[in-house]
Design a protein around this ligand. Structure first.
Ligand SMILES: Nc1ncnc2c1ncn2[C@@H]1O[C@H](COP(=O)(O)OP(=O)(O)O)[C@@H](O)[C@H]1O
Ligand SMILES: [Mg+2]
Length: 364
């Protein structure tokens, strides 16, 4: 985007844009699709809803996005604009495309299942790169979920970008205890338990939940509140052992209590299942869907103990990601095809000019 229109001066106004569509009227923000009146560039404009209209919140969001500006897997921020009529501020972002939640829902409706391993791997590689960029800057997103991931096209290949930094925080700026932020279904155990001083790996848990959902199209842990969410996690992963309980200090007692409550509830409902309870993750995502290498990553991301959870850098260096993705190969192929086409056009133009000159000379 032309910098003149993105920053400062009279151009930093919503009046520079013409709304061309509505995208979302979500939890916190209202997002519309718009075009810049002079440049014609398509953008997404997010304005906080009246009940969450706090300019500090919007600027916080802008700061986190700006800190990651330029990363291909994080939504690009063009600037902050003000509506001169209402005095409200909005974020102007690159327009990417639908959310992964919408794309996945559509896919499941049409095909009855989620994605195959190569697509999941390609998507995860990009999301992990985006997460690494945030975490390198000590930013914890705290609300990674399919609704906050956008799907777009980048030089002919599908690309995903993390958006919505509305609940993000910086581990350098805040001091523990941090508040509980995010969406229960994707919330890491340490956040659910309000363990003081949780860190960047809280996002890695959310990414683990996203991988599982990409395969099945279903939410992996669908709880109604913090306790229910923990119980849903125990149902799939089993209950944490002694060492993990210790790692949750000073919330170990609370966690032990939840384990007790889960046991007694399950003993009443499904006594048999409770007696031979084990890790059911592999049953939900069997080897025919996900290779052992991919499953190692999934397990590493869904490590209940945050000290044992994979970081983005560790996950990216795993052999599941060794070698280029076919899609990255096709981007290279598209680039080479474009170069070949340009060379071909230049040669044709040269031949045409030569023939024309010769003909003119001949006529003369
Ligand atoms: N830059 C963008 N390009 C295209 N769609 C976007 C963009 N940003 C947000 N959206 C859409 O708007 C929805 C809500 O945006 P989000 O920032 O997550 O707001 P909220 O805080 O209300 O959740 C997203 O799920 C996505 O569908
Ligand atoms: Mg959102």
């Amino acid at each position: 985007m032309d910098e003149r229109y993105a920053t400062g001066g009279v151009d930093a106004s919503t009046l520079c844009y013409r709304q061309v569509g509505r995208i979302s009227d979500g939890g916190y923000g209202r997002v519309v699709k718009a075009k810049h009146r002079l440049t014609g560039q398509t953008v997404a404009i997010k304005t906080l809803r009246e009940d969450h209209d706090d300019v500090r919140m919007l600027l916080r969001e802008a700061c986190f996005q700006a800190a990651c500006r330029g990363h291909p897997n994080i939504v690009g921020l063009h600037g902050v604009v003000r509506n001169p009529r209402t005095g409200k501020y909005s974020l102007v972002m690159e327009y990417v495309g639908p959310s992964l939640a919408d794309v996945l829902e559509d896919r499941v409706e049409r095909r009855g299942r989620g994605y195959l391993e190569p697509v999941v791997r390609r998507t995860m590689r990009q999301l992990l790169r985006g997460a690494k960029a945030m975490h390198d800057r000590r930013i914890v997103h705290r609300d990674i979920k399919p609704g906050n991931i956008l799907v777009g096209k980048d030089r002919g290949s599908v690309s995903v970008k993390i958006c919505d930094f509305g609940l993000a925080m910086s581990t350098t700026e805040a001091s523990p205890p941090y508040s509980q932020g995010g969406t229960y279904w994707y919330m890491a155990p340490e956040v659910l338990l309000r363990k003081p001083g949780y860190g960047e790996v809280a996002d890695m848990w959310s990414l683990g939940c996203v991988i599982a959902e990409l395969f099945s199209g279903k939410v992996l842990f669908e709880g109604d509140d913090a306790a229910h969410q923990l119980h849903k996690i125990f149902d799939v992963l089993g209950v944490p052992g002694k060492e993990t309980l210790e790692a949750f200090k000073p919330k170990s007692k609370l966690l032990a209590l939840e384990v007790e409550q889960w046991r007694s509830a399950r003993q009443q409902q499904q006594p048999e299942q409770c007696a031979n309870h084990h890790d059911r993750l592999r049953e939900l995502i069997p080897e025919k869907l996900l290779s052992q290498d991919g499953f190692d990553i999934l397990k590493g991301l869904l490590a209940f103990n945050p000290d044992e959870r994979l970081t983005a850098a560790e996950a990216l260096s795993h052999r599941w990601f060794a070698g280029a993705d076919p899609d990255e190969g096709s981007a290279l192929a598209a680039f080479l095809a474009m170069v070949a086409w340009l060379v071909f056009t230049a040669i044709c133009a040269w031949v045409f000019v030569r023939v024309y000159t010769l003909w003119i000379n001949f006529e003369a």
